[in-house]
Design a binder for this molecule. Structure first.
Ligand code: ADP
Ligand code: MG
Length: 299
C-alpha cells in the first residue's frame, strides 16, 4: 500500500532522513513512533508528495508519489497546518472539501457535531485555539472518506477525553470503511492501543518495524525459581534477557510461552510464572543490542 525504500533527505548539511525503509500494509493502522526531531513529519511529507527526496523511493499503491501525483487524491494529510482559507469558518471549509472530495460523508459530519460540540462552526478557524483547530482538521479530514489517512501527531495537545474520542473514531471508521491509516506520535503508549503495526523512528531511520499481533504473542516475561541451578531453555527459544534476584530468575523469552513453560516444568522448578509484557518493554528488550539509548527513545 505504502512502501518507502531507502529514502534520504538533507536540509542543507543536515541529514533529516537517512535511508528510511517502511511498509504500511493495506487496511492497517500503522503507528510511526519516535521522539521529537526523529524525522516523522519530514517522512510523512514525502509520503504526501510535498517534499521531493534526494534519494530513494516512495510508492503509494505502486505509484511513485512525487512523479505520479494523481495518487495523492486518494490520501488526506491531517497535520498542524491543514490548509485553510484565511477567513474561513468550519462550515465554509466543509463546503470547500465537499467540492473536492466526491466521497465526502455529510452524514458523518452531522453525526460528529456531537463529538465536537465545543467547536463553534461559524467562527473563523484561525481564531480557534490550537487544540480546536486540530479537532476541526480531524473532523473534516475524516469526513472526506479518503482511502489513505495520514495523521501527524493528531492528539498532541488535546485533553484525555478528546484523545480517546479521536482514537475511537479512527478505529470505528477504519472498521466501517477499511481505509489505511498512518499515524505519527512521540508517545508509543498511545499508539499501542490502536495500531496493528508500529515503526520506531530515530535519527532519520526506521529502527524497527513490527506487527503488534505477532510481537505480543511471541515475546513474554517468565519468572521461575529452582532449588538450585539456573533455568535453561532449548535452543529453539531465544532468551533476550535474563536476570536474577537470589533464586528467582526473570527471563524475557522469544518463542511460544506455553511451550517454554512446559520445558521449564520438566526441570522441576519451585514455580514458573508467565507474565504479560507491555509494548514498550518488548521494544526495549528487542532493541537491547542496538548502539543507542532505546530507553530514551521510548520514554
Ligand atoms: P519530528 O516530526 O519527528 O519531530 P521533523 O521531521 O519535524 O521531526 O524534523 C526532523 C529534523 O529535521 C529536525 O532536526 C528538524 O529540525 C529538521 N528539519 C525539519 N524540517 C526542516 C527544514 N525545512 N529545514 C531544515 N531542517 C528541517
Ligand atoms: Mg513532527
Amino acid at each position: 500500500m505504502i512502501r518507502v525504500e531507502n529514502l534520504r533527505k538533507n536540509f542543507g548539511e543536515f541529514r533529516a532522513l537517512d535511508g528510511v525503509d517502511m511498509h504500511v500494509p493495506k487496511g492497517s493502522i500503522y503507528g510511526l513512533a519516535g521522539p521529537n526531531g526523529a524525522g516523522k513529519t519530514t517522512l510523512l511529507r514525502h509520503i504526501m508528495g510535498i517534499y521531493r527526496q534526494d534519494e530513494g523511493k516512495v510508492l503509494v499503491e505502486g505509484k511513485l508519489v512525487y512523479e505520479q501525483p494523481d495518487v495523492k487524491n486518494r490520501m488526506i494529510f491531517i497535520s498542524d497546518d491543514l490548509f485553510y482559507f484565511q477567513q474561513a469558518d468550519t462550515m465554509e471549509m466543509k463546503r470547500f472539501y465537499k467540492g473536492i472530495y466526491p466521497g465526502f460523508d455529510e452524514k458523518l459530519f452531522e453525526k460528529l457535531k456531537e463529538v465536537f460540540q465545543n467547536i463553534d462552526t461559524k467562527r473563523r478557524i484561525r481564531k480557534l485555539s490550537k487544540g480546536m483547530q486540530k479537532q476541526v482538521s480531524f473532523w473534516l479530514g475524516l469526513c472526506c472518506s479518503p482511502g489513505i489517512l495520514i495523521l501527524d501527531e493528531p492528539v498532541d495537545g488535546l485533553d484525555p477525553v478528546m484523545r480517546r474520542q479521536i482514537w475511537n473514531l479512527l478505529l470505528s471508521e477504519r472498521k466501517k470503511r477499511g481505509m489505511t491509516v498512518l499515524v505519527s506520535s512521540h508517545n508509543l503508549r498511545e499508539l499501542e492501543e490502536v495500531c496493528d503495526y508500529v515503526g520506531i523512528m530515530h535519527q532519520g531511520r526506521i529502527r524497527m518495524e513490527r506487527s503488534l499481533q505477532e510481537l505480543q504473542g511471541t515475546v513474554s516475561k517468565i519468572q521461575t525459581a529452582f532449588e538450585q541451578g539456573v533455568p535453561v531453555l532449548p535452543e529453539t527459544f531465544q532468551v533476550l534477557h535474563m536476570s536474577n534476584l537470589g533464586r528467582v530468575y526473570t527471563m524475557i523469552v522469544k518463542g511460544d510461552s506455553g511451550k517454554a513453560r512446559e520445558e521449564l516444568e520438566k526441570l522441576h522448578p519451585l514455580f514458573v510464572d508467565v507474565l504479560p509484557l507491555t509494548l514498550e518493554e518488548i521494544f526495549i528488550y528487542e532493541m537491547g543490542g542496538a548502539d543507542y539509548g532505546i530507553q530514551e527513545i521510548l520514554l
